[in-house]
Design a protein around this ligand. Structure first.
Ligand code: NDP
Ligand code: MG
Ligand code: MG
Length: 341
């Protein structure tokens, strides 16, 4: 059984006694910085010169400095810039300016696990990774709740890295839900697998194939959209509340029977074999290498794939349809809040 930690297991005064620099003010960065500040922690946001994020952080009353200056002043440096820029940022602006005895905090283990960042031996390296999008991390905190966090220690030079990591997890609200102890390796490999095989890759491809199958058979795209995309949220909400069992309990007997007989026809055992191949490429570093090499060459493959996804007919159908829903904004974007890390 995994080891779980809650608010009572952590001492907020540890992180409240430190100067914290949060590098990056995007999805995770804004949530960590604001939650820390509201928990009484001394926070500075570190951004590059001319950063588009500066105004947003200042609007919230946060102190902002350039990365190197923020790092020089900090006891704890939280790296929340995108994974693909972290190693350049670390080499150029963080490592040369890190205080003796400082702690590095990551929100995902990618750069440590795949060796893109190798911190000096005399600093503590920990991870506090919320298992949810940044905007939810902030919203839950404001509502008095929290998003569960994964906590890990990679390097413990001080002997007190774990206590600091737990204190940090409490300050961002994560221990109101739960903290789960793990390692950088386990977090990185499972996080990449989950988003690739199931949450992002698997779900997106499943929805697109479902939409294509119905529209190619002559059904109206709007009706297909409802059946294979819109209702997915309702089903996932039930799974989230009570597992797959609750979803099956709530749907009609017709739907439940169809789930049993047709699910395994669509998602055949060779899909599991494919998942194992995806996991192998994550474990052996092939995925990380492909991603970073493409990013370093300007992200050509990434941009091509993004454009291809945006041009899928389901997107145009959805944009028009969502404008007609009572609760949405005019541009057909239900909320701008959801991104999977
Ligand atoms: P974002 O893409 O939202 O980060 C954008 C921020 O990083 C902006 O403030 C941007 O500033 C800054 N930034 C970009 N490039 C640079 C640079 N070269 N130097 C300095 N700052 C830069 O990142 P996420 O929040 O998605 O991810 C951050 C970390 O959290 C990652 O390790 C990710 O894996 C992890 N994570 C993310 C989750 C999520 O919800 N998205 C969930 C769990 C973990 P500017 O305005 O200057 O561009
Ligand atoms: Mg139906
Ligand atoms: Mg991720």
């Amino acid at each position: 059984m995994a080891e779980l930690f809650y608010d009572d297991d952590a001492d907020l005064s540890i992180i409240a006694g430190k100067k914290v620099a949060v590098i990056g003010y995007g999805s995770q960065g804004h949530a960590h910085a604001l939650n820390l500040r509201d928990s009484g922690v001394d926070v500075t946001v570190g951004l590059r010169a001319g950063s588009a994020s500066r105004a947003k952080a200042e609007e919230q009353g946060l102190a902002v400095a350039e990365v190197a200056d923020a790092v020089r002043a900090a006891d704890v440096v939280v790296i929340l810039a995108p994974d693909q820029v972290q190693r350049h940022l670390y080499a150029d602006d963080i490592a040369p300016n890190l205080k003796e005895g400082a702690t590095l905090v990551f929100g995902h283990g990618f750069n440590i696990r795949f060796g893109y960042i190798t911190p000096a031996k005399n600093i503590d390296v920990v991870m506090v990774a919320p298992k949810g999008p940044g905007h939810l991390v902030r919203r839950e905190y404001l509502d008095g709740r929290g998003v569960p966090v994964i906590v890990a220690v990679e390097q413990d030079a001080s002997g007190s890295a774990w206590e600091l990591a737990l204190s940090y997890a409490k300050a961002i609200g994560g221990l109101r839900a739960a903290g789960i102890k793990t390692t950088f390796t386990e977090e990185t490999e499972t996080d990449l697998f989950g988003e690739q095989a199931v949450l992002c890759g698997g779900a997106s491809q499943l929805v697109q194939y479902g939409f294509e199958t119905l529209t190619e058979a002559g059904y109206q795209p709007e009706v297909a959209y409802f059946e294979v995309l819109h209702e997915l949220k309702l089903i996932v909400d039930l799974m989230w509340e009570g597992g797959i069992a609750k979803q099956r309990w709530s749907v009609s007997d017709t739907a439940e029977y169809g789930d049993y007989v047709s699910g395994p026809r669509v998602i055949t055992p060779d899909v599991k074999e494919n998942m194992k191949a995806v996991l192998a490429d994550i474990q052996n570093g092939a995925f990380a290498k492909r991603f970073i090499e493409d990013q370093d060459a300007g992200g050509t493959e990434f941009q091509e794939l993004r454009a291809k996804g945006e041009n899928h007919p389901i997107e145009a159908t959805g944009r028009e349809l969502r404008k007609l829903f009572a609760w949405t904004t005019r541009d057909g974007d239900n909320t701008a809040d959801y991104t999977e890390g």
